[in-house]
Write a protein that binds this ligand. Structure first.
Ligand code: PLP
Length: 404
């Protein structure tokens, strides 16, 4: 066989559109919560591919589902349905509030579908101008023009004006502010139960309950963006289950495929029919390959053992991080749910989150940021305790560099 083309990190700058600034090493293989780079240096993975690799790397359940389906059928197009997608739809509707599912390939696409559905429901209501969308400051909903406009970080959207209009933003966890902008013209409220990219900020229960009541009062769809919080990440199958507040639409992606691209928009029999034949679509959405992997990953995660394991690991992580912090005094607050954990830097270290993750990389640890002041961890949901211990030891060496 021919040798593969030899490539290095500097080739990224040669050939790739520079929207990312990746670390200066290239991961080449992974197993569980460890990965190795081109030099065979080992890393503990506390990043989990940004809350995606819920079963770690190369988990046999996912590998088997993928390879089995790979020999049968990859893609047929939406002129035909397929067995894996129907099985996955059965799982998702049986295990959640939803009655119907629309499949796509990413979180942004799931939110795009949710927002378009809300606009369509608003139109069909017959109420003039029922197209307003209420969203929250610092929210993140994806990078399509509609979803980046719904997101609450103008730095991601302002360069692409003119933006879709009719979207208002108010402060997260501020029910009074939301009340002031939700009215008869509102077709949807979109919210993350825990803001992920925005800094790992859990919603207050009263806030979500209040949004539910306002949506009921004004006939607006309550959309929960669970792209990051879904599929076991918070210790429940979906974060709405922690809150006991049920949305009308829920979007899920990231961990759903355990690393294989897949997304879904879940909704009820009340709203699904507004998306009639031809009103929305996708080429790859619900393809057999993605659906087979997602079905296996979902089934594996949705067990009491795995979900309890996430809660247990949450406490284990927090204890270890608090012990570290007692020594180094770098974090003001350590917060989050399940294995979505954010460490907020003290004011004197403001803006240093990226440096910490760079130093962590040097020490053999993959970690994330959530804005300039929050170090974020979203590891595999089944990360072994000894990998947590080893990762914390490496983090400790990175923090020692900061403290200097
Ligand atoms: C990652 C993320 C998205 C976007 O998902 P993509 O798959 O990158 O399009 C949307 N919403 C939330 C809450 C996310 O964390």
């Amino acid at each position: 066989m021919e040798q593969p083309i030899s490539v290095t990190r500097s080739n990224f700058n040669d050939w790739m559109v520079p929207v990312f600034a990746p670390a200066n090493f290239i991961p080449v293989r992974g197993e569980g919560s460890r990965i190795w780079d081109q030099e065979n240096k080992e890393y503990i993975d506390f990043a989990g591919g940004i809350a995606v690799n819920a079963l770690g790397h190369a988990h046999p359940v996912a590998v088997n589902a993928l390879t089995e389906q790979a020999t049968k059928l990859w893609h047929v197009g939406n002129g035909y349905t397929n067995e894996p997608v129907l099985r996955l739809a059965k799982q998702l509707t049986e295990q959640t509030f939803a009655d119907k599912v629309f499949f796509c390939n990413s979180g942004a696409e799931a939110n795009e579908a949710a927002l378009k559905l809300a606009r369509k429901v608003g139109l069909d209501s017959g109420v003039a101008g029922k197209s307003g969308i209420v969203a929250f400051n610092n929210a993140f909903h994806g990078r399509t023009l509609f979803t980046v406009s719904a997101g609450g970080q103008p730095k991601y959207s302002q360069d692409f004006a003119p933006l879709p209009n009719g979207i208002s933003h108010v402060a997260y966890n501020d029910l009074e502010a939301a009340k002031a902008v939700i009215n008869e013209q509102t077709c949807a409220v979109i919210v993350e139960p825990v803001q992920g990219e925005g800094g790992v900020i859990p919603a207050d229960i009263e806030f979500l309950k209040g949004l539910r009541a306002l949506c009921d009062e004004f006939g607006a769809l309550l959309i929960f963006d669970e792209v990051q919080t879904g599929v076991g990440r918070t210790g429940s199958l979906y974060a709405y289950m922690n809150y006991g507040v049920t949305p009308d639409v829920l979007t899920t992606a990231k961990a759903l495929g355990g690393g294989f691209p897949v997304g879904a928009m879940l909704t009820t029999d009340k709203f699904a029919p507004h998306f009639s034949v031809g009103t929305h679509g996708t080429t790859y959405g619900g393809n057999p390959l993605a659906s087979a992997v997602a079905g296996a990953v979902f089934e594996f995660i949705n067990t009491p053992e795995v979900l309890e394991g996430v809660k247990h690991r949450h406490q284990y992580f927090l204890d270890a991080l608090n012990t570290l912090n007692a020594e180094y005094q770098v974090f003001d607050e350590i917060r989050g749910q399940g294995l979505l954990i954010g460490c907020v830097l003290k004011a004197e270290y403001a803006g240093k989150a990226k440096d910490i993750t760079t130093w962590a990389g040097e020490e053999g640890l993959l970690a994330l940021i959530a804005g300039p002041n929050v170090v974020r961890f979203t590891p595999s949901l089944i990360i072994p305790e000894q990998d947590i211990d080893e990762g914390i030891t490496r983090l400790k060496r990175a923090l020692a560099k900061l403290a200097k």
